[in-house]
Design a protein around this ligand. Sequence first.
Ligand code: ADP
Ligand code: MG
Length: 734
Amino acid sequence: MSSYSFQRYDVSAAGKWQANGSNGSTSKPRSGAAVDINEIFGSQTFSLEMMRERLPKNVHQSLLATIDLGQPIDSAVADVVAIAMKEWAIEHGATHFSHWFQPLTGSTAEKHDSFVTPNRGGGAIYNFSGKDLIQGEPDASSFPSGGLRATFEARGYTAWDPTSPVFLVENPNGATLCIPTAFASWTGEALDHKTPLLRSIEALNTQARRALEIFKIKDVNKVYSTVGAEQEYFLIDQEFFLRRPDLMACGRTLFGAKPPRGQELDDHYFGSIPDRVLAYMTEVEFELYRLGVPVKTRHNEVAPGQYEVAPIFEHGNIAADHQHQLMQTLRNTAGKYGLVCLMHEKPFAGVNGSGKHNNWSMCTDSGINLLEPGDTPHANMLFLFFCTAVIKAVDKHQDLLRVSVASAGNDHRLGANEAPPAILSIFLGDELADIFDRISKDQQTSSGESGLLGLGTPVLPPLPLHSGDRNRTSPFAFTGNKFEFRAVGSDQTISFVNAVLNTIAAEAISEMADQISESIAGGSSLEDALHTAIKETIKEHGRIIFNGDGYSDEWTAEAERRGLLNLRTALDAFETLSSDKNKALFSRFHVLNERELQAREEIALDQYYKTICIEADSTGSIARRIVLPSAIRYLNDVAGALDGIQRQNLAADGLAAVMQDLSDLSNDLRKACDALKSVNFQHEGASVREKAYHMRDKVIPAMTRVREVSDELERIVAAEYWQLPTYQEMLFIK
Ligand code: ADP
Ligand code: MG
């Protein structure tokens, strides 16, 4: 905690946090130290354990068949489950229930309904039926639908996802029972991110099981994706936030000169965590444990004021729901400590932005991680098969992975020498790359051991979980037993990203499985068939493998020679979403039909447009109403001083120069504002695509110009005149 103080405005509250918590306002101290983890973990969820305890045996069994095997739920079963859930929730202080879903805005939505139902006698009872649990009917008209929902049929419906535990969200006066649901139009089209994710998990399950049959792997009922998403975020003092209209409206600073000291010294990363921040993190973790979110690691990130939290990986669908709860908890808890949590991809220009590393793998319900290199030839065959399939998938669908992370916010990050470039490539590490290289060239291994495939490929050397040469510049890196997709933005949902990963993997697995089955039918051994399939796939798709420095200019040139896509901005990426290739892919695996895909493209463009609109309006308003008046006030005082000095016949060139600079920059600022205004107009009649491009090509450069002039002014206007909290203050006061 800092004792920093400022003369120019009252920051009495900034940085003033008391160790007893939250400016003294938390009622219950949430200590992580003394809790019985067994008791609190998942205590806010109606967990499997809770179901076993509270449900009749046959109902419990039937529900498990739904959760584990995807069998449809019986309405009688749902009624019994609903009663048990309601009782549990009311015991825990719940007054309302809510179908919790992931609309296409990228965040989550909830509509609360009370458990209270009036009865005939003029009183009321608590009521919650199987029907209330299974299906809801929120008015869908306020959520983006990209044309999927005709205005005359505004209704959408939510459907319970029994595979993700219901949970309680507390408020000071009670709690709400939140039921994870999918959200669809009345005609059955997905209006959310969960539905395609669930469909993609099913596609992966079907194709991967088919492949496992070829390898004669028994006892597998299900294959699913596993996901662990590392979340980066910034914390700043609430006092500063409230004085920054840009942060309040846009989540990022639209103004601000780079501080004299930023992250140059690299002393923040993994540095000791300030007290207030640590207290905050401890409470966040405590709340997440209660929600059953298995958060594991926390540390400082590279930039000052930047931190990271990561859970232990889980089933992809639950991980996605938990990711939303994690973001929500990070946001909600900050206020109690006088902090604000910023999850924008680039809150501060010139300072590292925030991302989300989406760690992804595939796992059988019998516990085999399909991307784990094993120590037997058979295990390695499996690994090589699935790893090759991922290589093929990523190369073939670079565009989809790129589009899954595309947003106005992430445009500030990707390719800006701090995050992976906009070009997709795979880092395998030298050892693994060498193995693939040898297979593709039919080479003997150096050791000459007789190995798998009958062609001299050895049992894979044990690949350390964290190989020493971990490459931070790759957007898609193999890290021991999983792939880590690092281009995801900090503010994005991981649901779509994982729907894409699962679908493209399903396709590649299916195609390779076909190829191998055909060879076997033609008389090949499994080993030879696999060898040929890997060899041919690497020949065709090996160009995506790159182990070098992804930040270098040489890589951009090299990638172009290799024919890899470089979709620089979000808009370039959106254009590819509903290509014929992608329509065919998503419809083949029943993940998104053509209309659903088209709708997503519309919504992406619209969100981009609206984001830049808000930023442009905020830029104009802050420049005119805060920055320019500060400069003029200072200018006026300098002018008065200059006048006095000249009357005394003293040398005045210094002051005159200050005044000249102030006056020039003030004029420039006003001109830049006018230029911004002239391009930032209502685009009556234009399509959403035209509007989005106009924003990117005309409005963003005009905003950038306003900022440049303002940042110059910040460097010369006396501190006490400058109204906006500076980067220095926001990033360094803890
Ligand atoms: P870092 O990348 O920061 O070094 P780790 O490699 O330890 O951190 O883990 C990053 C994340 O990857 C964690 O959330 C972890 O649970 C997750 N992870 C580990 N194994 C798998 C897996 N098989 N599938 C998906 N995620 C995984
Ligand atoms: Mg990582």
